[in-house]
Ligand binder design. Structure first.
Ligand code: FAD
Ligand code: NAI
Ligand code: CO
Ligand code: K
Ligand code: MG
Length: 504
């Protein structure tokens, strides 16, 4: 149970309002040399512990700056959590700052000296390492048990009044916090949360959000977060309340008023548990999204990939990835199969043949995807055949290329699940897991898994080549009453024979 001192000066009275202030200490943060990840970690953890973080501040490694902030925060919040500045070096002034704030002296704490003895093999106070043992007189120590390594933490957490002092090094701070998080848990900090995703811009629904805030705002905290460059939603609404009923009533209000732009079943993180989601997609939503015929095709695609991974070693396989819709779905299938069959994806090799003038949006999407799937991208520039010849000479280990070709692609109607390259082409086994998918099935797969895809498919492009030979698909074009032209999203195309109408 936290030793929350509910003194009269301004603390929140009711215990179920555990509040916290975070003080990040470090010149390196203010100089932009280190990105502050500690406060992001702490706020996430504290939110789930039912603690309301009211303020985060970053202060330099300076005595007065630290002590002023400690004084201000300690009188305002139940918990003050600091990170940084508790090491042995001259710029580690956190304990000095706290001592100054509480008008206390520093002294070498006997238990920390013991820890130093064990850790550094000395308890000689003249040794500069022992600086870390000097803490304010009223300091208490919390010894944590690290559930992950199942060992006691070497270093205790030092607590002075309501100030909890963590090291700056992220993995040390995180380990220490995780071992002691129960001290911060708010027993009645139960809060109920919901998130709504909307495919509408924020301005056109502001009046509805304001109306909800009028009706429910006293007990439901509403957050509205516009999102740009997302394929599925433009606004994310968060609702949070200590009362389930109030939350539900507010949700009902929104579901009614925002029916027209509600995004259902959006998955923020399709990579998480990717293989379960892919292998079970048909059990999960066959009722209204996929027919039995596609489910048959999907299970066949997975079998082709499993056969490919049984026939070749991972470092003999490359995925042809040019940022297009086909290989976006393909890559996710490959990822799901590798996770299922091997447990982890050490490094997925992808080949991108850069030809003509690629769209910047395509290359931006490729870059983003490389990071997300932990891909090793091999980029070769030039016409496809020449690029493959040079790729073969530079990386002779690759034997199979998995491609997102479909039968309706040009010169592809003769292809099989496994088709060696033609005469005169560098020798590869071409693997085509989605050969039989239709344009519509491809998009259903992408959109039902909330897979990110290249933004051009949302502004009228339905098939992507390079800039010189691709433009928006006329069959996706629409003109409004004032004659302004815009385009529907590629997935809305119903007559698939027009898939490549934007290509010349
Ligand atoms: C590895 C490989 C082997 C090939 N072997 C032959 C062959 O033996 N005989 C032949 O006539 N043609 C071959 N081609 C050319 C192929 O038939 C298509 O003309 C070419 O892939 C362009 O496809 P697309 O733009 O029409 O369709 P897309 O749908 O864009 O391509 C289908 C799939 O091919 C892969 N791919 C396409 N272009 C690229 C690229 N620039 N970089 C990386 N991957 C890409 C992707 O996996 C993509 O999903 C090969 C192409 C590749 C990439
Ligand atoms: N493990 C523990 O609980 C304890 C560790 N120590 C000692 O403290 C020393 C390091 O701790 P400090 O001096 O407090 O660290 P620090 O303030 O010197 O910061 C060390 C590094 O951590 C990173 N960092 C700091 N704040 C960050 C933030 N907000 N977000 C992301 N990265 C951040 C920066 O790279 C910074 O250079 C180590 O020598 C350690 O042995 C001392 C007592 C307890
Ligand atoms: Co330090
Ligand atoms: K430092
Ligand atoms: Mg520091």
């Amino acid at each position: 149970m936290a030793n929350v001192e509910n003194s009269s000066n301004g603390f929140s009275k009711s215990t179920n309002q555990f509040t916290a202030g975070i003080i990040v200490i470090g010149d390196e943060i203010l100089k932009g040399q280190t990105m502050d990840t500690n406060s992001a970690f702490l706020t996430k953890k504290l939110f789930h512990l039912g603690v309301k973080v009211k303020k985060i501040s970053v202060v330099p490694d300076e005595l007065n700056a630290i002590s002023d902030e400690i004084t201000a925060f300690s009188s305002k919040f139940n918990f003050v959590i600091t990170s940084g500045g508790i090491g042995p070096t001259h710029d580690d002034l956190t304990f000095e700052g706290i001592a100054k704030a509480f008008d206390e002296k520093l002294y070498p704490h006997p238990e920390i000296i013991n820890v130093c003895k064990k850790f550094f093999g000395t308890d000689d106070l003249k040794n500069p390492k022992l600086k870390i043992a000097y803490v304010p007189e009223s300091a208490k120590l919390l010894f944590g048990y690290d559930k992950i390594s199942q060992k006691d933490l070497q270093f205790p957490l030092v607590v002075i009044k309501n100030v909890y002092v963590f090291p700056g090094v992220p993995h040390l701070m995180e380990k220490s916090f995780q071992a002691l998080e129960d001290h911060f848990r708010n027993p009645d900090g139960k809060s109920f949360n919901s998130t709504i995703y909307l495919d509408e811009n924020e301005y056109s629904i502001t009046h509805i959000i304001n109306e909800a805030n009028q009706k429910f705002g006293s007990n439901v905290a509403l957050g509205s977060y516009p999102k740009f460059h997302n394929n599925y939603y433009k606004v994310c609404l968060t609702l949070e309340s200590p009362s389930k009923d109030d939350l539900d009533n507010c949700m009902t209000f929104f579901l009614k008023k925002l029916q027209h732009c509600l995004v259902t079943d959006y998955d923020r993180d399709p990579i998480l548990n990717a293989s379960d989601k892919v292998y079970n997609i048909c059990q999960r939503i066959v009722s209204h999204k996929f027919d039995a015929e596609f489910c048959e095709k999907l299970s066949n695609s997975l079998k082709i990939l499993e056969k490919c991974f049984n026939s070749y070693k991972l470092d003999e396989i490359c995925v042809g990835f040019n940022g297009g819709k086909d290989c976006t779905a393909l890559l996710h299938l490959v990822y799901a199969v590798i996770i299922k069959t091997r447990g982890d994806v050490s490094e997925l090799n992808c080949l991108y043949i850069r030809r003509g003038q690629p769209f910047p949006e395509v290359e931006h999407f490729i870059k983003k995807t490389v990071k997300k799937y932990n891909i090793k991208l091999h980029t070769v520039t030039g016409r496809i055949k020449d690029a493959l010849i040079s790729f073969k000479s530079v990386k002779p280990n690759f034997k199979a290329v998995i491609m997102g070709t479909r039968l309706t692609d040009p010169h592809s109607s003769h292809l099989q699940d496994f088709s060696p390259t033609d005469e005169g082409w560098p020798e590869y086994m071409r693997v085509h897991p989605i050969l039989h998918w239709t344009y519509g099935e491809l998009w259903s797969f992408i959109r039902n898994l909330s897979l990110p895809y290249c933004s051009l498919y949302d502004v009228g492009y339905s098939s992507l080549g390079s800039m010189e030979n691709t433009h928006p698909n006329p069959s996706l074009q629409r003109t409004d009453s004032k004659g302004n032209i815009s385009y529907n999203k590629a997935y809305t195309l119903t007559d698939f024979t027009f898939e490549r109408s934007g290509r010349n």
